[in-house]
Design a protein around this ligand. Structure first.
Ligand code: ADP
Ligand code: MG
Length: 464
């Protein structure tokens, strides 16, 4: 009967991403099939739920197709097993099996039981993290690790671009572990802090010829933590002695079955100036990427943020912001706050108009990365006119000509609409912008000196 399960699993394996297969599918154990009842065992509740939501149906469908019968499924949760494992005296009692077996091999010294709140940002919790297709895997991995520290995925390595929620997830893991195990010491540090601390204690060591500072440092990082969370590990690049120290820290903690979670803006293999032996350790556990969220998720993040900040954000404005600010959640949040501040300052409701105006500086053209602000500054400086005049109403040629050039380049390089450009030049009408653009086009065709000025400016602006 077991084979029925094994075969069904095998048949869906090719449809599941390798990382997901290892993370979610393999740990599910079939305890038996009796009549129409399939008994399964999952490492923990969260795992069970994820499995039910995502994989169970396909497996059942396969079994049912094979047998022409329908089945019910019952779960056991490994974590809940056996009263002995719930004993309070065993401070790791609620970790799953593998961890305990390992811990017996390398017993960790009993640290003093102290409830110390970890150094974490309050709002970086799982419930404030918006999950979408591009961060779903990292989120799930983070939850798994928080549910069952050091049982399977050690280290967890979260990587991705700036402002995509790595630090948020790292703190969320810390909060959750602290909630479940208040007696554990959850150590959160930035990698920068690790390096500074390490260098500080080396200097102390030298000065006082064998002072205790290095011992303190090692006690703090190697002995004390039950969980070590290190943010921005890429900071170790080209720092040889800190790397060496971190290598040993890692080994000691890993051997003692303490969970390690790292974040980085690069994959281990791509970290420049990091020793191979360290890079390879970073890949021992699980690597999870956070990518730029899709539009829908960006909208959801904005709405969640607006709610938290008690800002009344109409749907169309959320969509406008999310459509224009694409790559970075931190910027997205910043834009919302700036807009809210501006609206409240001017006593206006938040609208698309206001958003467009407030964000014109920020919203860069997707292909050139240029804002109209940059175009105006470059042009003003090239022609040596004041930015204020370039945007203002003065009509004499010394500013009117540079202004037309700026309008032309803004149109060409930022792809803003004519009315939008007009509004960024002291509220000029769109027809003024259109005629400026036409005029410069004509001059470029007819007059080599104008053409050369415009193309010089354009190539300056296009340089990254
Ligand atoms: P990173 O460490 O990857 O540079 P952060 O974790 O500092 O990014 O995130 C930047 C900001 O964006 C934080 O305020 C964080 O709360 C927020 N943020 C990022 N991703 C999400 C998300 N999926 N849901 C809610 N907030 C998010
Ligand atoms: Mg960060």
């Amino acid at each position: 009967m077991f084979e029925l399960w094994t075969e069904a699993v095998r048949s869906i394996e090719p449809l599941v991403k390798p990382a997901q297969r290892d993370l979610w599918l393999r740990p599910i154990e079939c305890l038996g099939i009796e009549g129409e009842r399939i008994r399964l065992r999952a490492p923990n509740r969260y795992h069970k739920e994820w499995f039910e939501d995502n994989l169970l149906d396909s497996i059942l469908r396969d079994i049912e197709a094979r047998t022409q019968r329908s089945f019910t499924v019952e779960f056991e949760i490994a974590e809940d097993d056996g009263p002995a494992q719930h004993q309070q005296s065993d401070r790791r009692g609620d970790r799953p099996r593998e961890a305990r077996a390992g811990a017996a091999r390398a017993p960790s010294p009993p640290t003093t039981v102290s409830v110390r709140k970890p150094d974490l940002v309050d709002r970086y919790t799982f419930d404030k993290f918006v999950v979408g297709p591009t961060n779903q895997f990292a989120h799930a991995a983070a939850r798994m690790v928080a549910e069952a520290p050091a049982s399977r995925w050690n280290p967890l390595f979260i990587y991705g671009g700036v402002g995509l929620g790595k630090t948020h997830l790292l703190h969320a893991i810390g909060h959750e572990i602290h909630r479940q195990h208040p007696e554990w010491l959850v150590s959160f540090i930035t990698c920068e802090r690790f390096v500074t601390d390490f260098i500080g204690s080396m200097m102390h060591q030298k000065r006082s010829a064998g002072g205790s500072s290095m011992e303190e440092f090692r006690a703090r990082y190697r002995t004390a933590p039950d969980v070590l969370l290190v943010d921005d590990i890429q900071f170790l690049s080209n720092k040889d002695s800190s790397q060496d120290e971190f290598f040993h820290t890692f080994n000691v903690l890993h051997y003692a079955h303490k969970q390690i979670v790292l974040t980085s803006d690069k994959l281990p293999a791509e970290l420049p100036g990091v020793e191979d032996r360290l890079r390879s350790r970073f890949t021992w556990g699980l690597i999870a990427e956070v990518e730029t969220p899709d539009l829908e998720t960006r909208v959801a993040i904005l709405k969640r943020k607006a709610e938290a900040e008690q800002v009344n954000l109409p749907d169309e404005v959320a969509l406008y912001l999310a459509a224009h600010i694409k790559t970075n959640v931190r910027e997205l949040e910043g834009a919302l706050l700036r807009l809210a501040a501006r609206a409240s300052f001017q006593g206006l409701a938040i609208s698309v108009e206001l958003a467009r105006d407030a964000l014109a500086k920020l919203i860069a053209n997707a292909s050139t990365g240029l804002t109209i602000e940059t175009v105006q500054r470059q042009v003003a400086s090239y022609f040596d006119v004041k930015l204020h005049d370039l945007r203002g109403p003065k009509r004499h040629r010394a500013v009117a000509h540079p202004r037309m050039v700026a309008m032309y380049l803004a149109r060409k390089l930022t792809k803003m609409s004519y009315p939008e450009i007009g509004s960024r030049f002291g509220g000029k009408d769109h027809s003024t912008v259109i005629s400026a653009v036409r005029k410069i086009e004509r001059l470029c065709a007819e007059d080599p000196s104008v053409r050369s000025v415009v193309s010089t400016l354009e190539s300056h602006l296009r340089q990254p």
